[in-house]
Design a protein around this ligand. Structure first.
Ligand code: NAP
Ligand code: 8YV
Length: 322
């Protein structure tokens, strides 16, 4: 690796546009996966990583020249950000450019879950409308619901604004209330769940949020309750959720994210009262292209100006002079 261009490592798969744009400005090296044991001596020149997925501490330690990790996604739970911060490595993510797309998908998933639209389409496609008559009325509806948002950041607020237009009440739980909003604030998640009948999860996947949607929260949501998760699978206790769905503790769930992606528990697949998506909330060409551009533009900005465009709060670093 002897080129004068900064060298960027891409472990695993990433959006094609990232791979198309990087070579204009950078030398690229690829690794099959983010495994420090795969790093070879000639990667000593690697100064940046572009990644969609995991960057464990060991990979950072194996790359002595590493300055920046550009994460494809606003959520960066796959990157050991504490370790990056301790080594002065800046981590960037892709906020804002996906906010509206993810909010659109969240509302779509909510309506699919309540009104069983995917099942109704299957009914038509399988010829059952002509053969067996009308699809059954959906037991659930968005009408008259109160939606609680677990998380009211960029995406949570965009979901809330959409829900206002649907004429449903909105409440939320975060660690601190947001100024200038009229939505009811609940200082505890269980308090929010008890006050609403629909809970939308849109918090980051952190240690603090891990399995916080547990049996107690689901029980507080109640038998007419619906859980929607577009945040991270780790936030929901999946075993507790399956039990709650099987036993009528809640009425239904719509999930875009899972604890062990891409594996979805058979018990969830077997349930009729769930709507399941394969982590597609931001997955349109236009939005994924915007995310890819932000990954590349962060790397370009870092190596040309010494400042990343969208560093995460844990790593507010600028490039060391010299
Ligand atoms: P954001 O602007 O940083 O908002 C995060 C929100 O979560 C804030 O309201 C924050 O409020 C709250 N929060 C954080 N930790 C919390 C805790 N321990 N307890 C209660 N509330 C907490 O992030 P965003 O851009 O809206 O994105 C949110 C997350 O959505 C991402 O991190 C990602 O995991 C997920 N996501 C998923 C997809 C998908 O494809 N399904 C796509 C994009 C994003 P406080 O700080 O006041 O607590
Ligand atoms: C992406 C996401 O699908 O931005 C996020 O946090 O979860 C999604 O937009 C994912 O990061 C790409 O792998």
């Amino acid at each position: 690796m002897s080129s004068s261009l900064p060298c960027i490592l891409v472990p695993g798969k990433i959006n094609e546009r990232v791979l198309q744009r990087l070579p204009d400005t950078f030398e690229i090296v690829r690794l099959e996966r983010a495994d420090p044991d795969l790093v070879t001596a000639d990667m000593v020149d690697v100064r940046g990583i572009a990644v969609s997925g995991r960057v464990p501490a060991g990979l950072m330690d194996a790359l002595p020249g590493l300055e920046i990790i550009a994460n494809f996604g606003v959520g960066y739970d796959g990157v050991d950000v504490k370790h990056a911060a301790s080594k002065g490595i800046v981590v960037t993510n892709t906020p804002d450019v996906l906010t509206e797309e993810v909010a659109d998908t969240a509302v779509g998933l909510l309506i699919n879950t309540l009104r069983q639209l995917p099942q109704a389409e299957q009914w038509l496609r399988q010829g059952r409308w002509a053969r067996d008559g009308a699809f059954a009325l959906s037991p659930l509806s968005l009408r008259g619901r109160t939606v609680g948002l677990y998380g009211l950041g960029r995406i949570g607020l965009a979901i809330a604004k959409r829900l206002e237009a649907f004429g449903v009440s909105v409440a939320y739980h975060t660690r601190s209330p947001r100024d200038g909003l009229t939505y009811a604030y609940y200082p505890t998640l269980e308090g929010l769940a008890a006050a609403v009948d629909t809970l939308v999860v849109i918090v980051p996947g952190t240690e603090a949020t891990r399995k916080t949607v547990n049996a107690g929260v689901l029980s507080a949501l109640g038998s007419n309750g619906v859980l929607i998760n577009v945040g991270r699978g780790s936030t929901v206790d999946e075993a507790a959720l399956v039990a709650a769905l099987q036993n009528g503790v809640i009425a239904g769930a719509g999930l875009d994210v899972f604890d062990n992606e891409p594996h979805v528990p058979d018990a969830l697949l077997a349930l009729p009262n769930v709507s399941l998506l394969p982590h597609v909330a931001s997955a349109s060409v236009v939005t994924r292209n915007a995310m890819a551009d932000l990954v590349v533009d962060n790397l370009k900005a870092w190596f040309s100006t010494g400042k990343a465009l969208t560093p995460v709060p844990e790593t507010p670093f600028t490039q060391r002079a010299g």
